[in-house]
Ligand binder design. Structure first.
Ligand code: ATP
Ligand code: MG
Length: 726
C-alpha cells in the first residue's frame, strides 16, 4: 500500500468519525425536537378541548337556564292541555341558542314536549332507549352525549328540571330537558376557523392520529364523540400544521449539507497539504534514487524541513558515488593500459628470444646448406643431360630444389634476426613498390592467382625513409602473398603509401608515438584474422596454413623484425569475412636519396636572415631550426603563440614560421593577427592538417605560403627563400 492510499484511508477514517459525531448530535437534537413537538401537540389539544367546550357553552347555558324555572316544573307535572312549552320554547328560542332540537321529558321519562328545526319526524323522541334517560340523569344533574341521525351527528346536552328555589338542584328531578345541536357544515367551518386547522367529522378514527406525519409536517388530533352509553359513534378529526417539524427537517438537511461541505473542504485541504508537504517530496526522492538522476531531488534541496535535509544527504551521496565511479573507471583504465603494456612487453621479449633462437639456428644451417645448394649444381654440370641420366638428374634436381627452399627459409630467418647487418639508406617507398611490381616474385604470384587484382595508391610527395630495401622488399612481398592467400576466390589487394603526421599517440596494435611517418599499407578483401589469432600472427612459425608452397609461419615474423629494425610501428585492423589492412609506420628522414636530382641547395640558401620558429612540439622546433641553420639562417624558437608575441615585441625578425594548432594557448592565426598589430612581419604557416578557414584567415592578414607537416628541407628552404625575396 503506497503512502497516498494510506493517507486516503486515514482521511476516510477521520471523516467517518466526524460523520458519526454529527449523527449522534443530530439524534440528540431530534429527540429534543420530538419532545417539543409532543408538547406542542398537548398544548394544541388543550386549546382544542377548550374551544370545543366554548362551542358547546351556548347549548349548555340553554339546558341550564331552562331547567331552573317554576313554570317548567309546572309544565312537566301537568303538560296535558298546557300550552306553556309551545309558547316559551318555540323556534325563535332554538335559533337564539343556535340549537336544532329540544326534548322535555316528565320524571317518568315520558315525552312532554319536543321541537326541532330539522324537519325530521324521527327526532320527535331522542333516539335512545327510555331507561337511558334515568341512567344518564338519575344521579347526575347534567349529561352530554352524541347521536347519529340521517341529518348527521347531533350533540345533545341534558339537565334535570327543578323549581327556581332549588338553585343547587338538590331536590329530586321534576323532569328532564334536552337540547341538541347538529354538527353541520357551519359548525365544522366555525371550528376550522377557530382551531386554524382542517376539521373533519368521521365515523372511524384516523389510525395514525397520534403519529407525526413527517412528510406533510402535520399533527392530527382526534376526539371521540361518545353516545349515551359511552361508546363512540364518530370522531372529530383536526389536522394542523406543526411549526417545529419543518424546523427539525431543515436542521437535519442543513447539517448534512454542512457536513458534506466540511468533508469536501477538509479532504481537499488535507489532500493538498499532504501532497505538497509529504507525497510530492517523497516521490521526488524515490524518483531520483530509482533513476539516479539528481534533477528531481535538486528541486527540494533548499527546503528547510526533513525532506530538504534528506534531499541534501542524497545529493551528497550521489556526489560521493559519482566520485567513486570515476575512480573505479580511472583505475580500470589504468589497469587495462598496464595489462596492454605488459602484454606488449611480453610479446616483444618473446619475439626477440624466438628471433635470437631462429637466428642462431639459421647461421649454423646456412653453412650446412651451402653444400646442399652448391653440390647439386656441380653434379648436374658433371652428369650430361641424356635420357639414361634422366632418373639421376631428377633426383639431384629434387635435392637442389629442397636445398633452395631450405635456404629460402634460412634467408627468412636471417632477415628476421637483427644480427643480419642490414644496410640502412635513404629510400623512397614508392620506388620499392614499383620495383616489387616488376619483380619475378610478383609476376609469379599474379600468375598463380589470376582472379586477384592489384592496385597501388602512391603519394607522389612521399618523404624518404631510412631503411633496407632488401628487408622492405621481403616485407612487402610477404604481406602481398598473405593477402593473396587470404582471397582464394579472388579480390583486390591495395598497396598504398602516404605521409602521415601523428600528433596524438595512436593506441593500435603497437603504440604509435607522435611524429612524422611514411605509411605503407597493404589491404585485402580476404577472410580476415580472428581476434584471438591477432596476438600471435607475428610469432615465428605461427601459421594456420598447411605446409606446402607457403605455410612456414615466418612471413609476418620477417615483417615484425623489419619494423623493429626500422624503428617503425605496425597497426593491423582485420574483420572476419571483410578483410585485413596492415599499416607499417616508417619514421621519415630528411636525408636525401643520393641519386635524386633535386634543386641545388645554393639556389635557396639564406643570408643570416633572422627567423622565428613557433611550434608547440619540441622535436619540430629542433628539426626546423637545424634545417634552417644549415641553410644559413639565424634561427630562434619559441613554444607558444603568447611567447612569440613577447619575443616579437623585443626582437624584430625577417620571417616567422608559425604552427597553426598549438595547445593549450592561442592558435597560429590569432598569434599572427597580434604580431602584425605590433609590426608587419612576413610569415609561413605550417600545420599537420590540411588548409583550414583559420589558415585562410591568416593568409588574408598577410601570411605567405602554407606548408603541410612534415616538410622536407627543400620544401621549407624554398618556401622561406621565396617568402623572404617577395
Ligand atoms: N592478410 C591476411 N589475411 C588473413 N590471414 C592472414 C593474413 N596475413 C596473415 N594471416 C594469418 O597469419 C598467419 C601467419 O602469417 P605468416 O605470413 O607469418 O605465415 P604463413 O603465411 O602462414 O606462412 P609463410 O608466410 O611463412 O609462408 C597466417 O597463417 C594466416 O593465418
Ligand atoms: Mg605468409
Amino acid at each position: 500500500m503506497n503512502i497516498r492510499v494510506k493517507l486516503s484511508v486515514l482521511l476516510l477514517l477521520i471523516l467517518s468519525l466526524v460523520l458519526a459525531g454529527i449523527l449522534i448530535q443530530y439524534e440528540i437534537e431530534k429527540r429534543g425536537l420530538i419532545s417539543l413537538i409532543q408538547n406542542e401537540k398537548v398544548d394544541k389539544e388543550a386549546n382544542i378541548n377548550r374551544l370545543l367546550k366554548l362551542e358547546g357553552r351556548l347549548l349548555e347555558t340553554f339546558a341550564y337556564d331552562y331547567t331552573y324555572w317554576d313554570e317548567m316544573v309546572e309544565f312537566v307535572n301537568n303538560s296535558k292541555n298546557n300550552p306553556w312549552a309551545s309558547v316559551e320554547v318555540d323556534q325563535p328560542v332554538l335559533t337564539s341558542y343556535k340549537a336544532n332540537a329540544i326534548w322535555i321529558y316528565t320524571k317518568d321519562s315520558s315525552l312532554a314536549y319536543s321541537l326541532n328545526n330539522l324537519n325530521d319526524i324521527n327526532l320527535k323522541n331522542i333516539p335512545i332507549p327510555k331507561e337511558a334517560i334515568t341512567k344518564l340523569l338519575g344521579k347526575k344533574r347534567f349529561c352530554h352525549f352524541f347521536i347519529n341521525t340521517d341529518k348527521g351527528i347531533l350533540e345533545i346536552r341534558g339537565a334535570t328540571i327543578h323549581p327556581s328555589t332549588d338553585n343547587e338542584r338538590k331536590t329530586p328531578p321534576q323532569g328532564y330537558f334536552f337540547v341538541s345541536r347538529l354538527l353541520d357544515k357551519k359548525y365544522i367551518t366555525e371550528l376550522s376557523e377557530l382551531t386554524n386547522g382542517k376539521v373533519e367529522i368521521m365515523q372511524y378514527p384516523d389510525n395514525d392520529n397520534l403519529a407525526l406525519s413527517q412528510k406533510k409536517n402535520i399533527i392530527t388530533f382526534t376526539k371521540a364523540l361518545n353516545a349515551w352509553d359511552n361508546n363512540p359513534i364518530g370522531y372529530i378529526n383536526i389536522e394542523f400544521e406543526s411549526n417545529l417539524l419543518p424546523i427539525a427537517n431543515n436542521i437535519f438537511r442543513n447539517e448534512l449539507i454542512l457536513f458534506a461541505l466540511f468533508c469536501v473542504i477538509f479532504a481537499t485541504f488535507i489532500f493538498v497539504t499532504l501532497s505538497y508537504y509529504v507525497v510530492n517530496p517523497l516521490q521526488l526522492l524515490s524518483k531520483s534514487l530509482k533513476t539516479k538522476d539528481i534533477t528531481y531531488v535538486s528541486k527540494i534541496q533548499k527546503k528547510r524541513d526533513e525532506f530538504g535535509e534528506l534531499a541534501r544527504l542524497i545529493l551528497d551521496f550521489f556526489k560521493v558515488n559519482e566520485e567513486l565511479q570515476q575512480e573505479i573507471i580511472e583505475r580500470k583504465r589504468v589497469e587495462e593500459e598496464r595489462k596492454k603494456l605488459e602484454e606488449r612487453v611480453a610479446r616483444q621479449e618473446k619475439m626477440e628470444s624466438l628471433g635470437r633462437l631462429a637466428g642462431g639456428v639459421a647461421h649454423d644451417l646456412n653453412n650446412i646448406l651451402t653444400g646442399m645448394v652448391t653440390y647439386p649444381d656441380y653434379l648436374l654440370w658433371t652428369i650430361p643431360d641424356t635420357p639414361e641420366n634422366k632418373k639421376v638428374r631428377d633426383v639431384i634436381n629434387t635435392v637442389k630444389e629442397s636445398g633452395e627452399r631450405a635456404s629460402a627459409i634460412v634467408s627468412d630467418l636471417l632477415t628476421m634476426t637483427r644480427s643480419s647487418t642490414a644496410e640502412m639508406k635513404p629510400l623512397d617507398l614508392n620506388k620499392l613498390v614499383e620495383d616489387y611490381k616488376k619483380s619475378p616474385e610478383y609476376i609469379e604470384l599474379m600468375n598463380r592467382y589470376p582472379r586477384i587484382t592489384f592496385e597501388t595508391l602512391l603519394d607522389r610527395d612521399l618523404y624518404n625513409i631510412l631503411g633496407s630495401s632488401h628487408m622492405i622488399h621481403k616485407t612487402l612481398m610477404n604481406l602481398v602473398i598473405n593477402a593473396a592467400e587470404a582471397m582464394p576466390n579472388g579480390g583486390k589487394i591495395t598497396v598504398s603509401t602516404e605521409n602521415r603526421y601523428v600528433d596524438k599517440a595512436i593506441n593500435g596494435y603497437d603504440s604509435i608515438y607522435e611524429g612524422n611517418y611514411v605509411v605503407l599499407s597493404v589491404a585485402d578483401q580476404g577472410t580476415g584474422i580472428p581476434q584471438e589469432d591477432l596476438k600471435r600472427i607475428f610469432e615465428p612459425f605461427y601459421t594456420k596454413k598447411a605446409m606446402g608452397r607457403s605455410g612456414t609461419g615466418l612471413g609476418l615474423s620477417v615483417v615484425w623484425n623489419t619494423m623493429q629494425t626500422h624503428k617503425g610501428y605496425i597497426n593491423v585492423q582485420s574483420q572476419e569475412s571483410v578483410g585485413t589492412i596492415f599499416e607499417l609506420y616508417f619514421p621519415i628522414t630528411e636525408e636525401a636519396i643520393e641519386q635524386q636530382a633535386d634543386i641545388p641547395i645554393d639556389q635557396y640558401r639564406g643570408n643570416n636572415e633572422k627567423i622565428l620558429v613557433v611550434d608547440d612540439i619540441a622535436c619540430m622546433r629542433i628539426v626546423t631550426s637545424k634545417i634552417l641553420e644549415s641553410l644559413g639562417y639565424d634561427v630562434a624558437t619559441v613554444s607558444s603563440g603568447e611567447e612569440a608575441i613577447e619575443y616579437i615585441k623585443q626582437n624584430p625578425v625577417d620571417l616567422i614560421i608559425l604552427d597553426m594548432i598549438m595547445d593549450p594557448g592561442i592558435d597560429g592565426c590569432e598569434t599572427y593577427q597580434r604580431i602584425v598589430e605590433i609590426r608587419p612581419t612576413k610569415a609561413i604557416i605550417v600545420s599537420g592538417y590540411s588548409e583550414t578557414d583559420r589558415v585562410r584567415k591568416a593568409k588574408e592578414l598577410g601570411a605567405g605560403q602554407f606548408l603541410q607537416k612534415p616538410y622536407r628541407l627543400q620544401d621549407i628552404g624554398l618556401a622561406v627563400y621565396t617568402e623572404l625575396h617577395k
